[in-house]
Design a protein around this ligand. Structure first.
Ligand SMILES: Nc1ncnc2c1ncn2[C@@H]1O[C@H](COP(=O)(O)OP(=O)(O)OP(=O)(O)O)[C@@H](O)[C@H]1O
Ligand SMILES: [Mg+2]
Length: 398
């Protein structure tokens, strides 16, 4: 099997997608690190990384700042990349604002939107906003040609469609007929002069105003007015973003855990992508239980006792917790028995994981699949990311 980096070679945009908490951010950062080690100038665009990972990457505060990972930090982890690794945390508000400024016809129009109270709430709260902005940013960076590769981490979405259709959904809300019908009279009034907006007219509006407050309606109308004429620009751009994602420039890596429910979601993701004309380039099954039997270790209590004797480790019962009173119960089992129990449990979990992985492999037979074991500790530094990379090599994991 080819290493994942070879499967992904030649693509300029890599998107890591998958359910919540499976390791998208970790995988995205690990892939970026690998590309940098191989000589590329790469940007990983992360969303809400664990604080400690952000610190390890030298990202101090949220903001749309592309930050180069300090070569000294990499050297501390024993890494000397031939290329450059850059990282950025996506800041929703910044990206929206930049987009509005770029799309507005005049600086005044941009200003009116940016100052609108509704815009300030909506731009960060709207469903799909994050997905849309992530795409926007990727497109902008890709077009700028500042990097050889952009690796995109994605927010946890319940399904892939959310992610791909976020742009059209947002635009649909802004541009919807329902909105125009309800707000029509106010929009008309607004065109004559904002003063007339003071009093909502018409039954629908008066009723609405009673629920939402006239202020809200005024803000909404001003918001719609401010956006006038910008829909086309937005739509065109959203179309280009989508075209980029569907092109050969982009590759999708589907990250999942071996948990049966998550595997189901991964299969759903794969299908949703395919329905949208996008092939899954690779699947990464992350946090797989290691199989204690894989190196042929001692498999019985007797063999474990023997191994402990050889290593001169006392086969003693667990020490009682500090300050515990003698219970009068049977003494805790000796170390060899506890070890045996732990190993048996791990072997059972490993068998379950293996069965799920086989199911996934059989269903997605044409997609290269890599497995990454559950590491002892969370992955929150460069050395940890490099360790993750080592499993994305020739052997496809363990
Ligand atoms: N192979 C692994 N072994 C041990 N810990 C891991 C492994 N992969 C990821 N982790 C840890 O699991 C946690 C979740 O990983 P990560 O943040 O990458 O997931 P995510 O898919 O981006 O989550 P979210 O959907 O919330 O954005 C992190 O604390 C990370 O360090
Ligand atoms: Mg994440």
């Amino acid at each position: 099997m080819k290493p994942l980096r070879e499967v992904l070679r030649g693509h300029q945009v890599i998107c890591c997608v998958g359910s919540g908490g499976v390791g998208k951010t970790t995988t995205a950062a690990a892939l970026a690190l690998r590309a940098a080690m191989d000589g590329q100038r790469v940007l990983v665009l992360t969303i809400d990384p664990a604080r400690r990972l952000a610190n390890a990457l030298g990202l101090k505060e949220l903001g749309n700042e592309e930050t180069r990972i300090d070569p000294a930090l990499l050297a501390q982890a024993g890494l000397t990349p031939r290329g450059e690794m850059w990282a950025m945390m996506l800041d929703l508000k910044h990206t929206w604002d930049a987009l509005v400024k770029a799309q507005a016809r005049t600086p005044q129009q941009a200003q009116a939107i940016l100052e609108n109270r509704l815009y300030q709430t909506l731009s960060t709260a709207m469903a799909g906003s994050l997905e849309y902005m992530a795409m926007e940013k990727v497109y902008e960076v890709y077009n700028s040609k500042r990097f050889d590769l952009v690796v995109l981490d994605t927010p946890p979405t319940s399904n892939a469609l959310d992610f791909l259709q976020a742009s059209s959904r947002i635009l649909d809300v802004l541009d919807s007929n329902a909105m125009k019908i309800v707000l029509g009279p106010m929009l008309k009034a607004g065109k004559i002069g904002f003063k007339l907006l003071a009093m909502p007219t018409g039954l629908v509006l008066r009723t609405l105003a009673r629920f939402t407050g006239a202020d809200f309606l005024r803000d909404l109308t001003a918001f719609m007015l401010a956006f006038e004429g910008m829909y086309e620009g937005f739509k065109e751009r959203a179309g280009k973003v989508k075209a980029l994602l569907k092109s050969r420039e982009a590759a999708f890596v589907l990250v999942t855990s071996p948990n049966p429910l998550t595997i189901e979601e991964a299969l759903f993701f794969h299908k949703a992508l395919r329905d949208d004309g996008i092939a899954t380039a690779a699947v990464v099954v992350n946090r797989v239980q290691r199989d204690p039997r894989r190196h042929g270790g001692p498999e019985t209590v007797g063999l474990l006792q023997e191994a402990l004797r050889l290593a001169q480790i006392k086969d003693a019962p667990a020490a009682p917790p500090l300050g515990a009173l003698p219970s009068g119960k049977d003494p805790a089992p000796p170390l060899s028995e506890r070890l045996y129990q732990t190993l048996t449990e791990q072997a059972t979990l490993a068998d379950l994981d293996r069965r799920e992985i086989e199911r996934l492999r059989a269903t997605l037979s044409s997609v290269p699949l890599y497995t990454v074991p559950r590491l002892r500790k969370d992955v929150h530094d460069l050395a940890g990311l490099w360790q993750i990379d080592s499993y994305l090599g020739e052997h496809g994991g363990e």
